[in-house]
Ligand binder design. Structure first.
Ligand SMILES: *[C@@H]1O[C@H](CO)[C@@H](O)[C@H](O)[C@H]1NC(C)=O
Ligand SMILES: *[C@@H]1O[C@H](CO)[C@@H](O)[C@H](O)[C@H]1NC(C)=O
Ligand SMILES: *[C@@H]1O[C@H](CO)[C@@H](O)[C@H](O)[C@H]1NC(C)=O
Ligand SMILES: CC(=O)N[C@H]1CO[C@H](CO)[C@@H](O)[C@@H]1O
Ligand SMILES: [Cu+2]
Length: 576
């Protein structure tokens, strides 16, 4: 046995010992699960996460800012009647770490440098799965941060293989620098940062590694929307299950345990958490508020509406403003999608209103919601009316419209799910390729591309493309699906399988509040969805203010975290 073989055997053995120890501690598999109905609703006030400025002032002028944010092994109270829960959380210090992490505030055009540090322990406390393609280290829990919606160079994009452990003791093959550079050379809007380590994203985010990031600009301020810490709030929604002792619960038996001992295709929790509290309440005044609603669930879709029919006025979706406000009574948010809405409580007749959810899970064909996961949070509306100088202008911020005649390339992206003999999913691929297969997509900087995304599965997969912004154009149902799917499973060739013959005539229109530029597009089951991907800034510039062709490139993936980890993610490489 060669030296390196011996070394790798010792490493595998050490990991195995660590893993058996883990199962010993966490192997009760569902015993002592907390009945979520024991948690009284609307007793904790909605917290606001700490804010960090991603810029500094020099002589009264904002200039580039430097932050150091750590990942800590700490605890968090998710409900006043629940013991403190062990979490992994982002913060300036361990004492200041929160779930979600601090909100980072940046200014358009003023760069932010962030040094991300890892203070996580040697072992994870959630059931990761060593049999999927995953980052592994005996020196600690691998982690790496991706700023979702951010336009940043490849080395600062949080490539899944650029992970590192505590003290940078061990690093993934694509790791280059501990300092990340965020140019903020993009329009004002809502972003979020979260863990992106290969094969561990679902467990690291479930453990608490995510937070929001917003970019503002003077142009945005002049719109006159509700503003300031009281009236412009983040609402970060996610779902979790707990044990009676407060521990996070994640089933540690996979759906195909003989193939993948732990991996499950979708995590759902019964308790609905907003800004780190289960079913919180927020006292509000009779006036307009702005809510930036992020779905940070692993797999739960939210279809949100108010108990009294109060409307949402959408002003932006994901990281980009809409050109005009769009009013809805109900809307669907996929994992990692962001809705930025204005809500006017002065229109309400009652003194409280509940934010409800009725999206089946998995979406769209799973179980209906119930009394617990059908409720999100409560707003207590004060009697007195308050002066409200905010307003919603009839036009917001305008960006270049998708131009089909400028399209350089058309690609097909096909979503596959593979099953074991028992019919349970084993893994998911894009274009029938694993993450580690060689790069097949090489978009040219400064161009637009059409991607026809074909969903051959039963789930709605939110597709996320790093660096580029996307715009859904239309989607069409696929007919005679079984035949097409069978052919694709064998040949993986849309031409040979006569895609055109399977596309229904009728086109499904994109919802009005989703017609702008986005970072995540919902791909409905059994459809072909045409999306425009813009590989250039949203300004008039054709080039990014950095070299997007550098290593390690970028990725695109499904944003159901359990899918992304196994392995609904592919690399792409920009070229000049
Ligand atoms: C955990 O998952 C396994 C496999 O899918 C399932 O049989 C079991 O019932 C689950 N346990 C709980 C407590 O849900
Ligand atoms: C901020 O970080 C960058 C990159 O490491 C460095 O070049 C710069 O000098 C730092 N600025 C300050 C004020 O610390
Ligand atoms: C959040 O996103 C997940 C994953 O895409 C999705 O399953 C879930 O329905 C979304 N929830 C809400 C409230 O939008
Ligand atoms: C090709 C394929 O499997 N399509 C499925 C997509 O999703 C729909 C709705 O869930 C299913 O009915 C199709 O069979
Ligand atoms: Cu998916």
């Amino acid at each position: 046995m060669g030296k390196s073989n011996l070394l790798s055997s010792i490493l595998s053995l050490a990991l195995l010992v660590q893993y058996i120890e883990f199962l010993h501690v966490h192997g009760d598999n569902g015993k002592n699960l907390l009945q979520p109905k024991k948690l009284e609703m609307f007793v904790d006030e909605l917290p606001d996460m700490p804010k960090l400025q991603g810029y500094r002032f020099e002589d009264g002028v904002p200039v580039a800012g430097n932050l150091t944010i750590g990942m800590y092994d700490t605890t968090w109270k998710f409900h006043r009647h629940l013991p403190a829960t062990r979490v992994f959380a982002y913060g300036i210090t361990k004492e200041m770490a929160t779930v979600p992490g601090p909100t980072i505030e940046a200014i358009e055009g003023i760069p932010t440098y962030i040094t991300w540090t890892n203070h996580l322990p040697s072992q994870h406390f959630l059931p990761w799965d060593p049999t999927i393609t995953t980052a592994k280290s005996i020196s600690g829990v691998p982690a790496v941060v991706h700023l979702h919606g951010g336009v940043q160079p490849p080395s600062s994009d949080g490539n899944s293989m650029a992970w590192f452990t505590a003290g940078f003791a061990d690093t993934g093959p694509q790791f280059s620098s501990p300092v990340y550079f965020y140019p903020n050379f993009q329009p004002p809007g809502n972003l979020w940062y979260h863990d992106h380590a290969m094969g561990l994203t679902r467990v690291n985010i479930l453990a608490g590694l995510f937070g929001t990031y917003r970019i503002t600009s003077p142009q945005e301020t002049s719109l006159g929307l509700p503003s300031g810490p009281l009236f412009d709030r983040q609402l970060v929604l996610f779902d979790r299950d707990f044990r009676t002792n407060g521990f996070l619960y994640m089933n540690n038996t996979g759906c195909n345990p003989s193939i993948h001992p732990q991996w499950q295709p979708e995590y759902f929790g019964t308790a609905i958490i907003v800004n780190g509290k289960a079913w919180p309440y927020l006292p509000v005044s009779r006036r307009r508020y702005r809510f930036r609603i992020l779905n940070a669930s692993n797999a739960r879709f939210f279809s949100l509406y108010f108990s009294d029919g109060t409307k949402f006025i959408h002003v932006a979706s994901d990281s980009v403003y809409l050109s005009k406000p769009v009013s809805t009574k109900k809307f669907l948010l996929a994992p990692s999608e962001i809705a930025d809405v204005i809500v006017d409580f002065s229109e309400s007749d009652s003194d409280s209103v509940i934010l409800l959810n009725d999206a089946p899970y998995p979406y769209p064909s799973g179980d209906p919601t119930d009394d617990l996961n059908g409720k999100v949070m409560k707003f207590l509306i004060r009697r007195s009316r308050e002066e409200d100088l905010s307003h919603v202008p009839s036009t917001l911020l305008k960006y270049p419209k998708p131009h089909l005649n400028e399209v350089a390339v058309k690609r097909h992206i096909v979503m596959f799910e593979y099953e074991s003999k028992t019919g349970d999913p084993t893994h998911l691929y894009l274009n029938a390729k694993s993450f580690t297969d060689p790069v097949t997509e090489m978009p040219k900087e400064g161009t637009d591309e059409i991607w026809e995304v074909i969903n051959l599965t039963d789930d709605n997969h939110p597709l996320h493309v790093h660096l580029g912004v996307v715009s859904a154009l239309e989607s069409q149902q696929l007919e005679d699906l079984d035949k097409f799917k069978e052919c694709m499973m064998k040949k993986n060739d849309v031409k040979a399988c006569n895609l055109a013959e399977h596309v229904a005539r009728k086109k499904r229109k994109v919802a009005r509040h989703e017609r702008g530029w986005k970072n995540v597009v919902k791909i409905w089951p059994g459809t072909v969805t045409r999306i425009l991907v813009r590989f250039r800034p949203l300004s008039a510039d054709e080039k990014f203010p950095f070299d997007p062709t550098a290593e390690p490139g970028y990725v695109y993936h499904c944003h159901i975290l359990d899918h992304e980890d196994n392995e609904m993610m592919r690399p792409f490489k920009m070229v000049h």
